[in-house]
Design a protein around this ligand. Structure first.
Ligand code: HEM
Length: 168
């Protein structure tokens, strides 16, 4: 896929295994959010993955309240791939004050990531997240699915989010 900033920039060959991720993805129906300590909720989300010719994917994830459409959770960051391997790293900043490094593997068109490092602002809301596991999968029907599980100070690892997107 061409670079959206400058159409003449070729995708860096390191990123060819992740080419399927590039572009804009809109959720096809509201995602489902849950956790034992909160009321289940629904949300919409748009994902943007782009590049500027570097061996790096730039991304922005913007989530909204399903009914009021108000902006909610937002994340942005970078994806890097270790050349010649299937190792992938996500470097992420979240609007909640959390920053994280997730690493994992690309298998076919599935990315399975686990948090390696988490840090937060000094006045972040409790409970604190202790661990994050995230899976992106391009399904045979062309839809992208994301699931996010987390563990907090007081809850073991459990699913927080599940959502599917179609390419827009
Ligand atoms: C609650 C983390 C993404 C919506 C929470 C809580 C944590 C958390 C720690 C508090 C749980 C508790 O009170 O026990 C995260 C992390 C995310 C993420 C680490 C990404 C990796 C999202 C997204 C949405 C969302 C994309 C979509 C709108 C909510 C809502 C609540 C919540 C509505 C309950 C109310 C609240 O505490 O604000 N999340 N979240 N979260 N999250 Fe997420």
């Amino acid at each position: 896929m061409a670079c959206p900033v400058n159409n003449t920039v070729e995708l860096n060959p390191t990123l060819l295994p992740l080419e399927w991720l590039l572009g804009t993805w809109e959720c096809d129906e509201p995602g489902e959010g849950s956790f034992p300590t909160i009321k289940p909720f629904r949300y919409t989300e748009t994902l943007h993955f782009s590049h500027v010719g570097q061996p790096v994917i730039n991304f922005m994830f913007n989530a909204f309240h399903a009914e009021s459409k108000k902006p909610m959770h937002r994340e942005c960051g970078f994806v890097r791939m270790q050349p010649g391997t299937n190792r992938v790293a996500f470097i992420i900043a979240q609007n909640s004050g959390l920053v994280e490094i997730e690493e994992g593997e690309l298998t076919g068109q599935q990315l399975s990531l686990q948090s390696q490092q988490l840090a937060r602002i000094s006045f972040a809301k409790e409970p604190y997240v202790k661990q994050i596991c995230r899976v992106f999968q391009l399904r045979p029907d062309g839809k992208l699915e994301q699931t996010v599980s987390m563990a907090t100070d007081n809850q073991p690892l459990m699913q927080h989010l599940r959502i599917t997107y179609r390419r827009s």
